[in-house]
Design a binder for this molecule. Sequence first.
Ligand code: ATP
Ligand code: MG
Length: 282
Amino acid sequence: MTPQATTSARVISMTNQVGGSGKSTSAVNLGAQLAEFGLTTLIVDADDQCDASVALGYEYPDQLDDQKTIYHCLTQRGTKLAEAIVPALCGPHEDESSRAIENLYLVLGSGEMENAEQYLTPLTGREMWLKNLLEPVKNDYDVIIVDCPGSLGIVVIGAILASDDVIACIKPGYKELRGLTRIEQKIELVKDTFGANGAHADLTGVLLVDVPTHRSQGAVWDDGKKMAQEAYGDLVLPPVRRSTKIPESYAHQKPLIYFDRAGEATADYLAVAKALGFKRQQ
Ligand SMILES: Nc1ncnc2c1ncn2[C@@H]1O[C@H](COP(=O)(O)OP(=O)(O)OP(=O)(O)O)[C@@H](O)[C@H]1O
Ligand SMILES: [Mg+2]
């Protein structure tokens, strides 16, 4: 199956140097929503934890026979990104009931990405790693979403450099909001340093995830959103409410939209997609 798109992809990176802030959950579930809209969507799993790969059916991406991963593309000259692209699945890939999700594709992650920083450090042009890999496939997709690791190292700088949009995913709280300053500084630095190489991404969204819905859970929906809006105004995207369906859907290796179609968090990711300017294709 060859992916189809009409123009060059919009590249969106999901970032935050803080671990466990909803990057992978958001990459997968926003991506699944965009694919459901009819947009040809590619998710790039750039994190050595491989959560995006797991969530989309591939629990052990390094153990698939004759299958390249993002790490091969990074480290083996001549290996093209297209060789690491697989159909995103609904359900574990070894299950008979598992099926390919229409319009949704995945650059397979790899546990070996834990060596990526070390590999890239001595290389000239190291920050261009992802931009160079994406260039040949950009016309095949409408949207490319990069699931970044929880750091601000070279892997993530490369993702920012390759992006049109950077979205910071955060769990609501004062400490978490303060942490965004570092991401903003990094984005500015990338633009200043690599503008001539095409770096132009801004922080275009702040996405609050795992937002409590009951007073007993601590700061509630409105409090978290208000605090973020005071600091980031219109950049604050519609928040994603806390939902047990999120870890459950991950455990079942199914995007939310196929696991809990009528659920609150599913509706929240739909709202996020719309707020980013995406709509259902005719
Ligand atoms: N809206 C939500 N409701 C409930 N749990 C959530 C929600 N969003 C995320 N989580 C949970 O929070 C945890 C961290 O989410 P996720 O893996 O997406 O973060 P991450 O930023 O990708 O983490 P890492 O930096 O480790 O890659 C997961 O266990 C996930 O199931
Ligand atoms: Mg993650």
